[in-house]
Design a protein around this ligand. Structure first.
Ligand SMILES: Cc1cc2nc3c(=O)[nH]c(=O)nc-3n(C[C@H](O)[C@H](O)[C@H](O)COP(=O)(O)O)c2cc1C
Length: 296
């Protein structure tokens, strides 16, 4: 496993390692205006939400690694400290990429990319109509992280208005994650798309106190069958099931079948019970999985 000292890499090499490794990154299209009112639109994946109260997004128009020049977005924000952060979905990803071309100062990338300008309500920069979620923001602060090639400039943008397209809302007015059809940036030219098929849930541990992987018996922690994800699911349970519950579960047909088929063969029984537990974990029957693992 190579360990790399930062001083041994050029900024271009370091940027490549970091962009491939710290991914996927959400993408925003930031619209800004200069003091003459010229509109600018550019994508940023050094971007995220960092605070809900106050509601703050941060994105970073960096100094160019190539020639250390600064970006129009940053210059505009210094003149007019406002922006709209437009969240990028799959249907707009090619036009988003096109809007990243380094057109001269004053060129409106809405026009170059063919994306649609929608007037904002509170701020001067317009919104991107194709974006399902548009955040009108006032810029509180710009933090310069350095003066040389590749140095970031953190734009701390406070969200003042949130616009959400009805198309991504469910009957209760909540965002349907699958309908957002989000895309994210990876290294080089790679992107990924969040589709219904690749979404999955992980039960939140913050409402209860999971027992922890360390509380599981040695034979479970060192199972040849169970993975780290499986142990994480088991460690998220609040308690080790009691003997009565385990005995009752042993009488259910699916477990009884395993026990009956392995009488007198403790090694096969352990293997079969671990395989059964893994299957139960895949079905999110976590407590039953632990009961299967605790059977002798
Ligand atoms: C998907 C995507 C994400 C990008 N993310 C960033 C970023 O986080 N920071 C950055 O400085 N440049 C980023 N870029 C490059 C800028 O968009 C590009 O330099 C653009 O020309 C800047 O425009 P401006 O000078 O009009 O502000 C990204 C480009 C793409 C296509």
């Amino acid at each position: 496993m190579p360990t790399i000292h930062i001083s041994d890499l050029s900024p271009v090499q370091l940027q490549s390692y970091l962009n491939f490794a710290v991914a996927p990154r959400p993408i925003c299209l930031a619209s800004t205006v200069d003091k003459a009112g010229n509109v600018n639109l550019s994508p940023f994946s050094y971007f995220n939400i960092f605070s809900v109260n106050p509601p703050i997004c941060i994105f970073s128009p960096s100094r160019r690694v190539r020639d250390n020049t600064t970006k129009h977005t940053l210059e505009n924000i210094r003149e007019v400290p406002e922006c709209v952060i437009n969240i990028v979905n799959y249907d707009m990803v090619q036009q988003t990429s096109l809007s990243s071309v380094e057109y001269p100062q004053g060129v409106n990338e809405f026009i170059k990319s063919g994306l649609t300008q929608l007037p904002s309500q509170l701020v001067k920069p317009p919104r991107v109509a194709e974006s399902y979620v548009q955040l009108e923001c006032v810029v509180n602060e710009v933090i310069e992280l350095g003066q040389s090639h590749g140095a970031g400039n953190l734009v701390l943008a406070e969200i003042k208005l949130v616009h959400i397209n009805d198309a991504v809302l469910d009957a209760e007015g909540k965002i349907n994650q699958a309908k957002m059809d989000l895309v994210a940036r990876l290294g080089g030219d790679w992107y990924c798309r969040v589709t219904k098929d690749n979404l999955f849930k992980v039960a939140k541990p913050n409402t209860k106190m999971g027992i922890g992987v360390d509380a599981l018996p040695y034979a479970i922690r060192n199972s040849r069958i169970l993975t780290g994800n499986n142990l994480g699911q088991l460690g998220n349970l609040e308690a080790i099931p009691g003997d009565e519950a385990i005995e009752a579960f042993a009488l259910t047909p699916e477990i009884k079948e395993v026990l009956d088929a392995t009488i007198g063969d403790s090694q096969t029984r352990e293997l079969q019970l671990h395989l059964k537990a893994k299957q139960l974990l895949e079905e999110e029957r976590v407590e039953e999985a632990l009961m299967a693992l605790l059977m002798e």
